[in-house]
Design a protein around this ligand. Structure first.
Ligand code: FAD
Length: 549
């Protein structure tokens, strides 16, 4: 299936800003993480004229700081949340089907260790139940591996404590790219989405919310946006928005922090993803991604600045210790950590439950002013959450909307018949553009980020008289300015291309040209360029906590 021309409608930030000021909407969504963009796409495609404002860049909150798995949540079986596993488990295949370039099948190895969380029989039954609840195809269902089989699958496992392993199916994604993909799709269907616009106050008409006052964080301009209904999809910030609405009572959020670290794959040459027990019985993931492996996560109470959770040294040391215990030959040390990120789980507080026992279920609150808040949930279940919210809106608005379309609505760039055709497209890109894309990992990087739109990026890059890495980066930048509303340097390096977390050392080589090109394209003054460079330095410092060169 060929991709039509890249559509340019409604993706220019300045144009979208002027529309937001002059138009009136059926629905205004606050928050541009996975929950908000999912709702915007569902609502717009079912006939509601929709707008969305995001105070930072799209996906800057929890939706770029997750474990990046589209998973059913094996551990929810332990909490007997069969309904959740059933719904979310089935959802994995749907999200893979609509975005096969972004959501990849990935087999998980669950080592069975002496004194660990899972015995052989319980694991075998648990994984079979997990597959059954999620409707996993027969050929993909779990297998139980002997000690030898487990070592064959992953030779780095600790042989002293290993007894065997479970082997089962999940999916892997890039959370920020998934958010950007859904946002682009919503824009292409006519929704108005904008980043760096903060909701600061509510407008009320006869006691009901009828719009918001907003602040453009880049120009400093304030203006109003009018809408019949408003949804608060602010993840860890939902209670702040409820407070502005004067409706913060009853159930509240309980934020917990999760940290991940990234190391070079040469330091931990894993063959495959492992979901393993730590000695304290918490479970961690070790996930290979391109030239890197990332590991996590922690789970601790959080009370600090919501916008800036940090990977503390103690968090990093905890993960390293767990990793060295499961993969002892790696001898990972703090200096091997290339990058780290911390995210906040926006959970709904439940009295008397431990952090890992608190449910990941989503919940909707409706305030007296009519503000609809959606809290909790997971990346994986975004589409179902969106459908639920839009069904509720239809009821409240007494509107007969189209049925939900998103189960079969391709995310832009994902126009492939199946996963095999994604792989064939990678081969095709590699053979057609070998002068600038020298190896398969580089071709995969592009196709997994941009899907069919890789063609536009590679085509442009091949005609540039630049060194290949720089040509690709400048071409990606051009694409992301035209199609993905990249507004700041850090948007490009962090959430559009993932280089800050997966390839921090590659930034130095291309940084000054990329920033200069961006300044020209976006008409930045020299002061603005300086400000952007400082913001980028701060982000680099935040992830590269130990000053790795
Ligand atoms: P966010 O992504 O935080 O989005 C809310 C947005 O609202 C933010 O971008 C913020 O800037 C914006 N906002 C706030 N206030 C305003 C305002 N006044 N005006 C405008 N905008 C505003 N889920 C999975 O399915 N798989 C996983 O592997 C997984 N792993 C996880 C690991 C960790 C460590 C964490 C923390 C979470 C994980 N999750 C996972 C859960 C998942 O990441 C979250 O449930 C999801 O990203 C929440 O998305 P959201 O859109 O609700 O919130």
């Amino acid at each position: 299936m060929a991709r039509k021309a890249v559509q340019k409608i409604s993706k220019n930030r300045v144009e979208v800003l002027s529309k937001l000021e002059s138009e009136k909407y059926d629905l205004l969504v606050i928050g541009g993480g996975i929950t908000g963009v999912g709702i915007a796409l569902d609502a717009q495609t079912r006939g509601l004229k929709t707008a969305l404002v995001e105070m930072q860049d799209f996906a800057s909150g929890s939706s770029s700081r997750s474990t990046k798995l589209i998973h059913g949540g094996l551990r929810y079986l332990k909490q007997f949340e069969f309904g959740l596993v059933n719904r979310i488990g089935r959802e994995r295949a749907i999200v893979h089907h609509i975005a096969p370039h972004l959501v990849h099948p990935d087999k998980m190895l669950l080592p069975l260790v002496k004194g660990g969380n899972f015995g052989k029989w319980l694991t075998s039954i648990g994984l079979a139940l997990y597959d059954w609840l999620a409707g996993v195809r027969k050929s993909e269902r779990r297998r139980m591996l002997s000690f030898k089989g487990a070592i064959k699958a992953e030779p780095l496992l600790n042989r002293d404590k290993l007894e065997g392993a479970g082997y089962y199916a999940e999916y892997r994604t890039d959370d920020s790219r998934l958010v950007i993909g859904i946002a682009k799709t919503a824009m292409e269907h006519g929704a108005r989405l904008v980043n760096y616009v903060r909701a600061t106050e509510f407008l009320n008409l006869n006691g009901k919310v009828s719009g918001i006052k907003v602040l453009d964080e880049i120009s400093g301009k304030e203006f109003f946006i009018h809408a019949k209904k408003i949804v608060n999809a602010c993840g860890p910030w939902v209670d702040e928005i409820r407070a502005i609405d004067g409706s913060l009572s009853g159930k509240k959020l309980h934020l917990t922090k999760g940290v991940h670290i990234v190391v070079d794959k040469k330091k931990l040459p894993l063959k495959q993803t492992v979901y393993f027990d730590n000695d304290d019985k918490r479970m961690l993931f070790a996930i290979p991604r391109g030239k890197f492996v990332y590991l996590g996560t922690t789970d601790t109470h959080y009370k600090g600045d919501i916008a800036n959770p940090l990977a503390e040294k103690s968090d990093v040391e905890y993960i390293l210790k767990a990793c060295n215990s499961m993969f002892p030959s790696a001898h990972l040390q703090i200096r091997d950590v290339q990058s780290a990120w911390a995210g906040l789980r926006p959970l709904i507080h439940e009295e008397g439950k431990t952090l890992s026992e608190i449910s990941r279920k989503d919940e909707i609150f409706i305030s007296e002013s009519g503000l609809i808040t959606i809290a909790g949930g997971k990346l994986t279940g975004y589409r179902l959450m969106a459908e639920k919210v839009v069904n509720l809106l239809a009821k409240k608005m007494e509107r007969n909307l189209e049925p939900c379309l998103t189960e079969n609505l391709q995310i832009t760039g994902g126009e492939f018949d199946n996963y095999q055709s994604v792989q064939l497209f990678v081969d095709e890109i590699l053979s057609r553009y070998s002068s600038i894309i020298p190896n398969r990992l580089d071709a995969e990087y592009l196709v997994y980020n941009y899907g069919r739109d890789t063609e536009f990026i590679a085509q442009k890059a091949v005609n540039m008289e630049l060194e290949p890495d720089l040509a690709i980066a400048i071409s990606e930048l051009e694409y992301s300015i035209d199609n993905e509303m990249v507004a700041r340097g850090v948007d490009f390096f962090e959430r559009r291309t993932g280089r800050i977390n997966f390839g921090i050392q590659s930034i130095t080589k291309i940084r000054s040209e990329v920033m200069a090109h961006m300044a020209t394209r976006l008409n930045w003054s020299s002061d603005r360029l300086q400000q952007e460079n400082s913001l980028l330095n701060a982000s680099l410092k935040k992830v590269n906590i130990y000053g790795i060169e």
